[in-house]
Design a protein around this ligand. Sequence first.
Ligand code: B12
Ligand code: SF4
Length: 495
Amino acid sequence: MNILLLSMPDSFEHMPAVAVRMPNGALTSLAGNVDPHHRVAVADLILVQRRSRETVTRLMRVFDPEVVGLSVMTFQRRTAVRIVELVRSLKPKVRVVVGGYDPSLAPDAYAPTGVDYIVRGEGELTFRELLRALEQGGSFDRICGLSYRNGDQWVHNPDRPIHRLEDGEVKLPNRRARVLNGYTLLGRQVDVIETSRGCTYDCSFCSIIEMRGRNFHTYSFDRVIADIRDARDHGARTIFLVDDNITLNVHRFEALCHAIIDAGLNKLDYFVQGMTSAIANHGETLAPLMRQAGFRYVFLGIENILEGDLEFLRAAAKNAARDNGHNAGNATLKAIEYLHRNQMYVVGGLIVGNPDDTRESIEANLAFARRYVDWPYIQHPTPYPRTPMTQAFRDQGLIMNERFEEYDGTTAVVRTKHVSAEEIEYLRWKSERWMKIRHMPAAFRHDPWFILSHGPQMLAHTFRGSTLRSVLGLESEKKTFGRYKAIREVEREYA
Ligand code: B12
Ligand code: SF4
């Protein structure tokens, strides 16, 4: 069968397509795990962000798929539904499958759409079995993790047990299936690889627990190294490790750094997400090793610098420093220090606008980011389907906005008990724009040509809404913010 797999074009404030266009790891993993006689095409629509409709139309015509699959996050739901309508209008009999976090955690939202099947949770085996059933005319009722239509009703089969990656059943991604190009992270071709899946923490804002429970499974290093090589052979110069929480097992992470070095793959740049506690508590050995292995940017889940907020986010434990087995306060500064000492950059993940936040507590977090992080990644708490945080905000009547296309993390859709959603977003937007400028010299030193040729566009994106009058201070920043919001509104029309 011909199968077309699509990821959505929608991006959010911190990922302007001019600078960041990353592949979706799920789709190549699915492509690598279907039976070999299928013809699969993977199209990451972020690569054609403003030409999504034309591109999908062209691929439907050229590739003539029997099955179209879409990978969807909640803020991309509206776009996904529009693309499904487009696909159906072009080929009414095509089978449409959706998967990823939003369909898995909010399957009911897809019932009234043109979707035929929902793959919930991990997709490789479910999708493979679905294709077999479609091809052979078999029944769907034994395919775990699948939801399907039966007349007017939706049938939700039992969940599929979490895959033990250790057994080698999930094969390597198939990057040859990609039919678009132009992946980049600040000018270097980027690819994504996985070394593990899952996390045993339960931060209240994170979708991971409802998606797959609290567990941690790992791929063998041989597989990981083969995957990195394959990404490199397809042109990647930067590798983004998409593991949910690679720092859960620090000894394994250290061994992975050794494996990367031994394989001679440490000339690539690596980008990873990690917990502050792991880096603070093991930084002495871990941080130099990471640097040697090629790690350049570390996304730190700082979440918040205030204990009360960390409690609400259920993120206190993963941000705790230990000293001789005793709790020694917040780990953030120590982690940042280790990373900086070893010439790595900190992408600071903070969440401002929690229920008890005041203007002052938001400002305190922004001031912290201004002082200590190299690249801010500040977000607002966002009530994604079925997270504990969503329930907490709902119970307190603080959710102000149910337009899911705005659930992108930098649009404040909830208020605090003391500050309006609009004001929270304004405070973040106002200070974060300037923080981003500070990283430009470091980015320039690494990729001068890219910054010279794309810097103006990046600046224009960061400061969109500004005019000569606002730059000269002749009009209020609130006015600029209003224009920025209006531009963002239009931008969201991706399909
Ligand atoms: C890596 C990652 C990123 C990377 C993305 C790199 C990339 N292009 O892949 C970066 C840092 C850029 C990123 C950004 C964002 N992310 Co993110 N990210 C993740 C993370 C850590 C891992 C995702 C991943 O690649 N996993 C590995 C793949 C193989 O697994 P998978 O995606 O789950 O896919 C499997 C199944 O879902 C299924 N599947 C998926 N798609 C499909 C499609 C079909 C057809 C089928 C059959 C099956 C299927 O099969 C796959 C294989 O088993 C998750 C989870 C987490 N712990 O935080 C969050 C997560 C997915 N991100 C999330 C969000 C919201 C965002 C942002 C909006 C920022 C934010 N507010 O947090 C931005 C948006 C990016 C953009 N386009 O602008 C949310 C999504 C929540 C939701 N309900 O939508 C998550 C769950 C984190 C959270 N907040 O809980 N993210
Ligand atoms: S530590 Fe990270 S992956 Fe784990 S639950 Fe918290 S936010 Fe999610």
